[in-house]
Design a protein around this ligand. Structure first.
Ligand code: ATP
Ligand code: MG
Length: 250
């Protein structure tokens, strides 16, 4: 039975997709069966595993809009030891028409796949959206990627509130697995002070591992290959593999 993780923060460009893709690939490298769910109409996770969303017969949007398309029709096996439910820009139109009554929709979509995987990792959009609330309503665990930047603290507070709200009503079982610092340049004073502040406030919730800033990470994204496979011995790859180890150890 799969454990489900949502990777979320309502702030653009904080490393959600990079974390979702590399955590998925790193868990795959450990022999786990992983399903990466691209719930962002930008389809960045899909592109990050070398798949052009426009070229596909089916994508996640079909699972929201058509009863004739089954989850197994949409899942794609990648070359990177993980399966993906790809996204598509049309998901934005579906999201715009979503209603509060559809907030539990992911259980219907992903429920039939839970037996086939050890981990379901959901990448989400940066904005406040029904899609993110639907993912929070479905998932057991939340992972929050955070850039060591002053503006990030406000987004982190917001994310904590979002989770607390969902926990009180729609999804009592949800838990925050951890806050992950991404794109860290520990030489800067801003990074040092933000990391110290967040570690003091949220102590045990902050992962001991931090992901270092590296231009290799951008190169991997552009190549459509998860960093952990693009350059397995690179510092960033080692850090994401360490994160996978923490997740595996519960
Ligand atoms: N550790 C890193 N070092 C350097 N660049 C990174 C690192 N992690 C991610 N990036 C780059 O930063 C950019 C934003 O990362 P990413 O797409 O993962 O963020 P995101 O939170 O998913 O963005 P969005 O909110 O738009 O979905 C990408 O170009 C990615 O390649
Ligand atoms: Mg993203």
């Amino acid at each position: 039975m799969a454990e489900s993780y949502i990777i979320t923060l309502r702030k653009g460009g904080c490393g959600k997709t990079t974390t979702a893709v590399n955590l998925s690939a790193a868990l795959g490298l450990k022999g786990k069966r992983v399903l990466l769910v691209d719930l962002d109409p930008q389809a960045n996770a899909t592109l990050s595993v070398g798949i052009d969303p426009i070229s596909l017969k089916h994508n996640i949007n079909d699972l929201f809009t058509s009863i004739d398309v089954l989850p197994e029709d949409v899942v794609i096996k990648t070359d990177f030891g993980l399966d993906i439910i790809p996204s598509h820009p049309d998901l934005a139109k579906t999201e715009a028409g979503m209603q509060a009554t559809q907030i539990g929709v992911l259980k219907g979509i992903l429920g039939p796949l839970e037996e086939k995987y050890d981990y379901i990792i959901i990448d989400t959009p940066p904005s406040e959206s029904y899609l993110s609330v639907a993912a929070l309503t479905y998932a057991e665990f939340v992972l929050i990627p955070l850039q060591a930047h002053f503006l990030a603290i406000q987004a982190l507070t917001q994310a904590m509130e979002d989770v607390a709200k969902v926990k009180k009503g729609l999804n009592p079982k949800i838990q925050i697995k951890g806050i992950l610092f991404t794109m860290v340049n520990s030489r800067t004073n801003i990074a040092k002070s933000v990391i110290a502040e967040v570690r003091e406030k949220y102590s045990q919730l902050v992962f001991p591992i931090e992901v270092t800033f590296s231009i290799k990470q951008v190169e991997a994204t552009l190549a459509g290959v998860p960093m952990v496979l693009f350059d397995p011995n690179h510092q960033g790859s080692i850090e994401y593999k360490q994160l996978a180890e923490v997740i595996l150890n519960g």
